[in-house]
Write a protein that binds this ligand. Sequence first.
Ligand code: ZN
Length: 201
Amino acid sequence: MAVFDPLAELVAALQRLPGIGARSAQRLAYHILKTPREEVDAMCEAMRAVKDRVTYCSTCSTITESDPCAYCTSPDRDRRVICVVEQPESVAAVEKTRNFRGLYHVLMGAIAPLSGVGPDDLKIKSLLARVAADGPIKVEEVILATNPNVEGEATALYLARLLRPLGPRVTRIAMGVPVGSDLDYADEFTVGKAMDGRREM
Ligand SMILES: [Zn+2]
């Protein structure tokens, strides 16, 4: 009969997190064991609250507590510009620059054939629908801020081909962001420069 071993269960659960190998999982589990009860309770509560309250915007897929999100509903945002990013975390990276006032569209990944991620696995149809929509305000520019790595570049090229016939300017952020890196890890100065230096695709 299998006996429930709490420590082993915790190690196994931690090991399922991205970037956490067997050794790190073990170190973290022992650290949690030594951590005061209140701190662990607070951590569990934060995890539960994230699952209970935080969701994705049905329009732009950014993370939000209310749907549609604060960006999509804000009267202060420039609805003529959409910045396309791979992950919800990148929205925060672009926001930190404080000089982008448009809307967002999160793809929820990038095209990566080797990992089995194709265009249909991403929020591409909804992006095209937003750009093609016949509203009072037309989308005039789509900024492709996918990550500066092979998948991000391929995704930007793919999107540019689909977006251009719909009419807007299609621009790509400058490569001020270190090549091969993620937008979310770049500092706001670098992301700001990348946005400022964007060019026509
Ligand atoms: Zn939204």
